[in-house]
Design a protein around this ligand. Structure first.
Ligand code: PLP
Length: 393
C-alpha cells in the first residue's frame, strides 16, 4: 500500500460541517431541524449583484484573468477598504482570492517557516490552528476571559506566549465564535506587542461590517501597523455571498506580491465573472446591506431574550457578528450532562436544535472548565428561532 504524506496528521478541518451533516441526517429521518450550526446566511444575494454576475457571464467574462484579480476590482477594494478604515491603499496592496479563508493559508505560507510559532485566538476560527500546524508551525493559543459585556483577550497570556521563535499573531476583532469585540485599549495593546516583538499580524476582518451598534476599527490603522498587517476581507458575510467565494488580502506590497504568486500557483485566478459582481456589490446600492443587518439584529434580539430565559444559561448581547456563545455549564449540570458533545446530541434528538459547541473552535485549553455552545442565527428565520430555542428551553 502506498504511503500518504505525514503532514496530513496535522491537518484539522472546520468540524462545523460535520454538525451540518448530522443535522441533515436527522432531518432525512423525517425530523424537524432548527439550524443554528453554520455561519451561512439564508438571505439571498441582492438582485443587483446577481444581475451583475449574469451580465458578466453573458458578456463573456468567463476566461482566465490576472492572478491577483482584475484591476477594476482591486481598485474598488483598495478604495472601499481604505475609506472604511481611515487608511490609504493602492490596488497593488490588494490580492483577490476565493473568499477570506485562503488569506489565512497564504498569509502563513508567506510569513511562517516550519518550526516557527504563531499565536492565535482559541476558541477561534478553526482553520487558524489547522493551517499553522499543517504548514509545520506551532499553533500557540491565546484565550478570552468572560467580562460583564462579553469577553476580553487575556493580554497577559498573549504577552507570555511570545518567544524569539514567534513570527505572527492572528487577531480576529468581531470574533467568531464568541462575538468578542476589542476595546480601543485592547487593540492598541495587541499592536504594541506586535511592534515591540517585530511580529506580523493577520487581522481577520470577516465581520468588520456585520455590526449593529458603533463603528468598527482596524488594527492596521494604528501607527506602525500598516507595514506589518495583512487584512482578511471577504464579501461572504457583508453581502450574503458565502457561496460565490470572493474575498481578498490587503497587504504590504512585499507580502501582496508573494500572495499573488501563491495564488497563481494554486488557483491561477479567482472566478472572473464573480469579480464583476464584486465591483457591483461595492459600488452599487448599499441598502440591501443595511436591510440584512436589520433582519439579523431582530434575530439576535429574539435569540438573546430566549437564551437568557433558559435556567442556568447566560449570554451578553453582542453588538456584532451573528453568533451567540452562551455559557451552558450550569444547564448541563442540572440535566446531568458531562460533555458538551452529549449535550448537543441530546438537544438535536430531543428538540431538533442543531448547534456547534466550543469543541469545534480549536483544542480545549488546560484549565478550561466552562462549557459553551455557539448559536448562529444567520441561517434561520425569526419565527423558527423562537420555536427552536423555545423547545430547547
Ligand atoms: N474568518 C472568520 C472569522 C470566519 O468566520 C470565516 C467564515 O466563517 C472566514 C474567515 C472565512 O470566510 P469566507 O472564506 O467564506 O470568506
Amino acid at each position: 500500500m502506498q504511503k500518504l504524506a505525514n503532514r496530513l496528521e496535522r491537518l484539522g478541518t472546520e468540524t462545523a460541517f460535520s454538525v451540518a451533516q448530522a443535522a441533515a441526517a436527522w432531518k432525512a429521518k423525517g425530523n424537524r431541524v432548527y439550524p443554528f450550526h453554520l455561519g451561512d446566511i439564508n438571505i439571498p444575494m441582492a438582485p443587483h449583484i446577481v444581475e451583475a454576475m449574469n451580465r458578466a457571464i453573458a458578456d463573456g467574462y468567463t476566461g482566465y484573468c490576472p492572478g491577483p484579480g482584475i484591476p477594476q476590482l482591486r481598485e474598488a477594494l483598495a478604495e472601499d477598504i481604505g475609506a472604511r478604515r481611515g487608511m490609504e491603499f493602492s490596488p497593488d496592496n490588494v490580492v483577490v482570492m476565493t473568499g477570506g479563508k485562503p488569506v489565512i493559508t497564504k498569509f502563513l505560507q508567506a510569513v511562517m517557516d516550519p518550526g516557527q510559532e504563531v499565536i492565535y485566538p482559541n476558541p477561534g476560527f478553526p482553520i487558524y490552528e489547522s493551517q499553522i500546524e499543517y504548514l509545520g508551525g506551532t499553533a500557540v493559543p491565546y484565550r478570552y476571559v468572560p467580562t460583564e459585556s462579553g469577553f476580553a483577550i487575556d493580554l497577559d497570556q498573549v504577552r507570555a506566549s511570545i518567544t524569539p521563535n514567534t513570527t505572527a499573531i492572528i487577531y480576529n476583532d468581531l470574533q467568531n465564535p464568541i462575538s468578542a469585540e476589542s476595546t480601543a485599549a485592547e487593540r492598541e495593546a495587541i499592536a504594541q506587542l506586535a511592534i515591540e516583538h517585530d511580529l506580523w499580524v493577520l487581522s481577520d476582518e470577516a465581520y468588520f461590517e456585520t455590526r449593529y451598534e458603533g463603528v468598527s476599527s482596524s488594527i492596521a490603522a494604528l501607527p506602525g501597523m500598516a507595514e506589518r498587517t495583512v487584512i482578511l476581507y471577504t464579501f461572504s458575510k457583508k453581502f450574503a455571498m458565502t457561496g460565490s467565494r470572493l474575498g481578498c488580502a490587503v497587504a504590504p506590497l512585499e507580502i501582496a506580491q508573494i500572495m499573488s504568486k501563491l495564488n497563481t500557483n494554486d488557483e491561477s485566478c479567482t472566478t472572473h465573472y464573480v469579480q464583476w459582481a464584486g465591483i457591483e456589490a461595492l459600488r452599487g446600492p448599499q441598502e440591501p446591506v443595511q436591510q440584512m443587518l436589520d433582519v439579523l439584529k431582530e434575530r439576535r434580539d429574539v435569540a438573546c431574550e430566549i437564551v437568557n430565559s433558559i435556567p442556568g444559561v447566560h449570554v451578553a448581547v453582542p453588538q456584532s457578528t451573528f453568533y451567540l456563545f452562551p455559557d451552558v455549564t450550569e444547564a448541563m449540570e442540572r440535566k446531568g450532562f458531562t460533555t458538551v458533545g452529549e449535550f448537543a446530541t441530546a438537544a438535536l434528538e430531543n428538540t431538533g436544535v442543531s448547534f456547534c459547541t466550543r469543541e469545534h473552535f480549536g483544542r480545549r485549553l488546560p484549565g478550561e472548565e466552562r462549557q459553551y455552545i455557539r448559536l448562529a442565527y444567520s441561517g434561520i428565520e425569526t419565527a423558527d428561532i423562537r420555536e427552536g430555542l423555545g423547545r430547547l428551553r
